[in-house]
Design a protein around this ligand. Structure first.
Ligand code: 4AD
Ligand code: MG
Length: 492
């Protein structure tokens, strides 16, 4: 079967995007519109094509009168086909939209054989669509998510730009492990079957591309700190990579992180900034993504209906967004969080998978969600975690037991932001690095900033896809990034 048609005559008219066309009231004007067929239905006398070009969730309806365009001319047009249509803007007779197109000519740019095209005009499962990531941009759900994702990227840059922060590109290939968790993807050009060896039998990375062991970065923070300690307020927005084997709905192996870093900020200033930023971007979504959020909200309602009563979310998507906007985040210490959790019903009734027995353990997402969704019913920021469960760079408190960390917890998500005030004291930082076996020789440059003009400073990391989960109401992080990377999955 022939797959491509050379258009008979490309329209001389400039293409109008569907988002602009739907706002137009110039009835009678001749326009050209291009896009992909969502649905086609019809009778002997008239056919209707719903066309979408991704500029909006809404389709333009093409009303084809078979007195002027024969049915045979569009017999190869099915869901998924790409069309270029030149026609007149007419006032819609039906409800739901203001304008329609009465076509003068229809050019088929690309057909989609219905026997092969995977996206039929019906509801597909998200799991199925994940396997069709090359085509899922053509669905309502992924169109909406992708437009919201773009708006959120823009909002984040706007927020920091308006505050005078400088955007810094930090390296993607690095020789250091910023989080000290050892969950890195190695970057090497050595032959894995026959690497050069040292005398003791270990791999000789001096012979590798960079003359040292390198990996994909887990965070841009350490380099952002260098920039902040000269430029005051900076932020990164880059890809980060984690080789942890977490096959959950909230973890990706490749995700995007926003990491502001500010000189002269203490941890309270840090929390104020994080709260202000989250509220700003949520408000931006409400103000600028109404159509897409309405669609996602309805979608979520439909999903909730299939769930058991007790698993249903008590709030609609928009309500949830407003709820975060309108409430001040609760700020509590780790110690207080532990005591709330220890005395909580699910802990006493042994409903938590990980029971809280005492001070010192790391919080799991079930605990974080309990605090946010059940106990406080507000976003929560937990501060002053035990030093043992946090990274080496966090500033030590006077108790010598806890560090000036802050994690922001959100409904449905759990941890959305992790951050801290940084240890700016050279001796204390070096002591922590030695205690935690962080190699000093790899981080000599980081240590030097504490030798020359050191100042108190703070920063945090927002997981962009975790935020996208919250704003779109989607349940799985693999559905809010175009091409998810997770264990055993690097297709596309
Ligand atoms: O808490 P994390 O590991 O903190 C850092 O990397 C610090 N260097 C940030 C800083 O202070 N500049 O990660 C920060 C955030 C988490 O709160 C979470 O939202 C997100 O990144 N995150 C992930 N998102 C998706 N998939 C994963 N595997 C993630 N791991 C962390
Ligand atoms: Mg964290």
């Amino acid at each position: 079967m022939q797959r491509y048609y050379i258009p008979r005559k490309m329209s001389e008219l400039k293409r109008i995007k569907i988002i602009d066309l739907l706002k137009s009231e110039e009835f009678g004007k001749l326009v050209n519109v291009k896009g992909w067929v969502r649905t086609k239905r019809g009778s002997k006398n008239v056919s209707f094509i719903a066309l979408n070009d991704g500029s909006t969730i809404k389709n333009i309806q093409i009303v084809i009168d078979h007195n002027s365009i024969k049915e045979e001319e569009i017999q190869n047009v099915h869901s998924g086909a790409a069309l270029s249509i030149t026609g007149e803007i007419i006032e819609s007779q039906g409800s739901g939209q203001k304008v329609e197109i009465s076509p003068k000519s229809i050019e088929i740019l690309g057909i989609a054989d219905p026997a092969e095209y995977p996206l039929q005009p019906k509801k597909h499962s998200l799991e199925f669509l994940r396997e069709k990531s090359h085509l899922r941009f053509r669905t309502n759900t992924f169109g909406a998510i992708t437009r919201v994702r773009h708006a959120m990227i823009f909002a984040i840059h706007k927020f920091f730009n308006d505050k005078g922060f400088l955007n810094i590109h930090t390296p993607i290939i690095t020789g250091s492990d910023a989080e000290g968790a050892g969950e890195m993807f190695r970057v090497s050009v050595l032959d894995p079957k026959n690497p050069p060896l040292n005398e003791d039998g270990s791999v000789n990375f001096n012979k590798d591309f960079f003359g040292k062991e390198t990996n994909l970065t887990v965070s841009g923070q350490l380099e952002a700190e260098l920039a902040a300690l000269g430029l005051s307020e900076v932020y990164t927005f880059g890809p980060t990579f984690r080789a942890e084997n977490s096959n959950t709905s909230r973890h990706l192996s490749e995700f995007w992180m926003i990491e502001p870093e500010m000189a002269f900020y203490d941890n309270n200033d840090n929390m104020d900034l994080a709260e202000e930023m989250l509220k700003f971007v949520i408000k931006y979504a409400i103000d600028n993504c109404a159509d897409d959020l309405n669609f996602l909200s309805k979608r979520l309602l439909d999903e909730e209906k299939i769930k058991k009563q007790e698993d249903r979310s008590p709030m609609e998507l928009k309500e949830k967004l407003l709820f975060v906007l309108e409430n001040e985040f609760v700020r509590i210490t780790y110690e207080d969080a532990i005591s709330i959790l220890r005395n909580s019903k699910p802990n006493k009734k042994k409903k938590f998978q990980f029971l809280i027995e005492g001070w010192g353990i790391d919080l799991q997402s079930e605990h974080e969600r309990y605090l946010v969704e059940k106990h406080f019913k507000k976003p929560v920021i937990i501060t002053d975690y035990p030093k043992e469960i946090k990274a080496f760079y966090m500033k030590m408190n006077d108790d010598d037991k806890t560090v000036r960390a802050m994690d922001v917890l959100f409904p449905q998500i759990g941890e959305i932001i992790g951050g801290s005030q940084r240890e700016e004291n050279y001796d204390l930082l070096l002591k922590r690095m030695r205690e935690m076996n962080v190699p000093e020789k790899d981080l000599w440059w980081y240590l030097e900033t504490r030798k020359f003009g050191t100042v108190p400073h703070s920063g945090y990391g927002l997981g962009f896809e975790r935020m996208m989960l919250f704003i779109t109401g989607m349940g799985n992080i693999r559905d809010v990034i175009p091409f998810p990377r997770s264990p055993q999955n690097a297709e596309f």
